[in-house]
Write a protein that binds this ligand. Structure first.
Ligand SMILES: [Zn+2]
Length: 46
């Protein structure tokens, strides 16, 4: 949640979205998108 707040503050200060999913300015539409970041490491790659 803190990351989302920092992200919004980033917009206030004029930052645009970052394509890096690890970046705080990465575009995430919802909390479920944020959850994916945590789940990815637990899902085996096929
Ligand atoms: Zn944004």
């Amino acid at each position: 949640m803190v990351k989302e707040c920092v992200h919004e503050l980033g917009h206030i200060f004029g930052f645009v979205h970052c394509p890096n999913i690890e970046c705080v300015m990465y575009f995430s539409n919802s909390l479920s998108d944020t959850d994916i970041k945590g789940k990815l490491s637990a899902v085996p790659a096929e």
